[in-house]
Design a protein around this ligand. Structure first.
Ligand code: PAF
Length: 326
C-alpha cells in the first residue's frame, strides 16, 4: 500500500510540477483540554488522537495537552479562531459566549436522562448548532459528555433551595450559569476551571458545580465536604477544530476526521457514564458527604429559576428555543 502511494505521489508531483498532493502531507496538530488525564474529556481526546494517527497510517499526528496546559477554555477557543491551535473540547456553556444558541443546552432541568441528551444532540437540533460554528471560526465535529452537574461546597449540607442562599459558588464564565446560581440565592463567581481548585482551597469561594467525574479528576474532595445531587443542568462538550486549520485540509482528511470523531464519541460517552456510575461511592470513600436532593426539591429549584429560564430562552432566540423544546 505504502509503495503504491509513493509511486502515485511521485507521479502526481511530476504532473503538478513538484507540489505534493494533500494526502501525502504530514499534518501535526495540537488538541488542548482543560481537565486532567483521568477525566473523560481528555480520555476522549487521547482516543481521538490515537485513532486519527492509526487511520491516517501515521500521517496525521495530534498531540494532546491536558489540564489547561494550553490555557483556559476561553483562551483555547481564541487560539483556534486565530489558527494557532487546532482542536479543543469546550463546554457548550463557554461556546455560548461566541454563539448564544449553545447556551440552551445548559438550561436548568431541561434533560431527563443522558439518552434524551444523546437524541437531541445527535439529531437535527444538535447538527443545527454545529452548523453555526464556522461563522465564529470553528468547525464542530461531535458532542461529547460532561454530564449532569451537581453542587458541592465546604460549608453545609444542601438539600433545599434555601440551603444554597448566601453560598459563594464558582460558575463557568457564562451568563446563564451566573444567573442560575444568583437565581438560587447564591453569590455566583465566574472563574476558569483551571483556577478553581485554588479558589476552593483558599476559600475565596465556598462551592462549585460539576459532574462527579470533574469533582473526582480535580480532587475537589480534598477541599469540599458536601455534594448535593442537584443535577441542575446537563452539560455537553463539543469537539471543535480551528476553521483556519480545517480550510487547509483536503476533503478526504476532513472526512477521516469526521469519521474518527464519531467513533471516539461512542468511547467518550461510554467512559463518562461508566465513571459517573461508580464515582459516587468512591467520593464517599474519599470523605465527601452526599446529600440526595428529592425530586420535589428539584422542582422547587426549577420554579425559583423560571425567570432565569424565560430570560435565557429569549437570549438564545425564539426559534432556537422552540426547536429545542420540540
Ligand atoms: O466547570 C467547567 O469549567 C466545565 O465543567 C469544564 C468541562 C471542566 C471545563 O469546560
Amino acid at each position: 500500500k505504502t509503495w503504491l502511494r509513493t509511486i502515485a505521489a511521485l507521479t502526481m508531483a511530476a504532473v503538478v510540477g513538484g507540489a505534493a498532493p494533500a494526502w501525502s502531507q504530514e499534518i501535526k496538530a495540537k488538541l488542548g483540554t482543560s481537565l486532567p488525564d483521568s477525566h473523560p474529556q481528555t480520555m476522549g481526546a487521547r482516543k481521538f488522537a490515537e485513532l486519527v494517527e492509526q487511520k491516517s497510517d501515521g500521517r496525521i499526528k495530534i498531540a494532546v495537552f491536558s489540564n489547561g496546559q494550553l490555557g483556559s477554555d476561553q483562551q483555547m477557543q481564541a487560539a483556534l479562531r486565530g489558527g494557532t491551535q487546532e482542536f479543543t473540547v469546550p463546554s457548550t456553556a463557554t461556546l455560548a459566549n461566541l454563539d448564544k444558541s449553545f447556551g440552551i443546552i445548559g438550561m436548568p432541568f431541561s434533560f431527563a436522562s443522558e439518552a434524551q441528551a444523546d437524541a437531541v444532540l445527535d439529531g437535527p437540533f444538535g447538527q443545527s448548532l454545529l452548523d453555526r460554528l464556522p461563522a465564529v471560526g470553528m468547525v464542530g465535529l461531535a458532542f461529547w459528555e460532561n454530564g449532569f452537574r451537581n453542587l458541592t461546597n465546604s460549608r453545609r449540607p444542601v438539600e433545599r433551595v434555601e440551603d444554597i442562599r448566601g453560598l459563594k459558588v464558582r460558575t463557568m464564565q457564562n451568563t446563564l450559569y451566573i444567573d442560575m446560581f444568583n437565581g438560587l440565592g447564591a453569590n455566583a463567581v465566574p472563574l476558569a476551571v483551571t483556577e478553581l481548585f485554588t479558589a476552593l482551597e483558599t476559600r475565596a469561594v465556598d462551592g462549585q458545580e460539576n459532574p462527579y467525574t470533574v469533582v473526582h479528576a480535580q480532587k475537589f474532595y480534598d477541599v469540599q465536604k458536601y455534594l448535593s445531587t442537584t443535577g441542575h443542568a446537563y452539560d455537553a462538550l463539543v469537539l471543535v477544530a480551528s476553521g483556519k486549520f480545517w480550510d487547509r485540509l483536503s476533503e478526504s482528511d476532513r472526512q477521516l476526521l469526521r469519521e474518527v470523531a464519531r467513533e471516539a464519541t461512542l468511547y467518550q460517552r461510554q467512559t463518562s457514564r461508566e465513571l459517573n456510575a461508580k464515582l459516587r461511592e468512591e467520593l464517599v470513600g474519599l470523605g465527601m458527604q452526599i446529600n440526595d436532593v428529592a425530586p420535589e426539591e428539584r422542582e422547587r429549584m426549577r420554579e425559583a429559576l423560571q425567570g432565569v429560564i424565560d430570560k435565557h430562552a429569549a437570549v438564545s432566540g425564539a426559534d432556537v428555543t422552540e426547536q429545542f423544546r420540540q
